[in-house]
Ligand binder design. Sequence first.
Ligand SMILES: *[C@@H]1O[C@H](CO)[C@@H](O)[C@H](O)[C@H]1NC(C)=O
Length: 402
Amino acid sequence: MKVLAVLALVAAAAPFLRAAGQSEEGAGPLPFAVGAAPAGCDVAQGEWVRDDDARPLYQEWECPYIQPQLTCQAHGRPDKAYQSWRWQPRGCSLPRTRIMRGRAGAVLQRDADAGDAAGKRMLFVGDSLNRGQYVSLLCLLHRAIPDGAKSFETVDSLSIFRARDYDATIEFYWAPMLAESNSDDAVVHSADDRLIRGAPMDRHSSFWKGADVLVFNSYLWWVAGDKTQILRGADNDPSKDIVEMKSEEAYRLVLYQVVRWLERNVDAKKSRVFFVTASPTHTEGKAWGDKAEGANCYGQTSPISDASYRGSTSREMMRVTEEVLATSRVPVGLVNITRLSEYRRDAHTQTYKKQWVEPTAEQRADPRSYADCTHWCLPGVPDTWNELLYWKLFFPSNDQFL
Ligand SMILES: *[C@@H]1O[C@H](CO)[C@@H](O)[C@H](O)[C@H]1NC(C)=O
């Protein structure tokens, strides 16, 4: 028993005892690293533990940044247990939330310690799931910054949270397919007839330049259809040369473009890059053994407890992500949220969100028919994604996929 207890203590302290995570070329610690992950610790494997003391990390009503599509309680969700689960990785623990909270501020602060005058810029790039994670991060840390010393604004595709005393920003840039596409309007867009531009993504990437921490995602819009159209040639090219491709292959091309852009524009000695994996949906109850006709996430109040459950997330898309990111000369940390989120059939917004179009009487008679089983209530699952992101930022592993 004693030996075990000592081992556990050593394991807990290991991140603080070991040298900070080294960058790929062994050129010194990665920026932002304060320690290294314990060897063999894969935070993506583990289980959800009900923890009413530690959760939720903030209240829905006290965070002014949550968009009305994600404020489930304000829209009448009758249950609250979905807010009370904590992710417990197998064989290692995420830093306690108190430490996490301190660290949240530290992303902004550390440059002051280093005597670096310029403020830091953290930028999320992607779709509405990534925006949910962005907002979750704002909710996690905004209380550390006094009113009057922070501001938030959205102009077109870019949202900016400013912490004035730190001269720092946390931003979100809407680019659901990363490449330029006909889905780029941040307000009016639809996943049908997705068309991307084959040319380099200069219009988008000009906004990404100079970020100290970049957090990408892109999945949902690719799997909205088997095929994606690619527009070749310039804006004003009258020939409208359009080719159609399997979505996975189009995604592969675009992800390669992103990686090449990173290699040309990101200084790995100053900046860190992350990619958040696919956020799963829960649109079919039969996937977890609920055979009732039309069953989906609607009315679910507990996570899937069968540890062997595998959702419908595209393995092919995940393979493309891993293959392409592995080629990057700028290290890209994989924040693998897929498996842990797959268990959370209970945590989607369901019908408890602002509806842009009023549901019809027929839909109201069967709420499952218009339940949103894609997006997540806040507080909720995206808070855990941020804990993983922070873990990777401050305690990097030598394996980019762990
Ligand atoms: C993420 O984790 C799951 C489960 O451990 C694994 O199957 C998948 O290949 C990993 N990578 C990506 C890119 O999702």
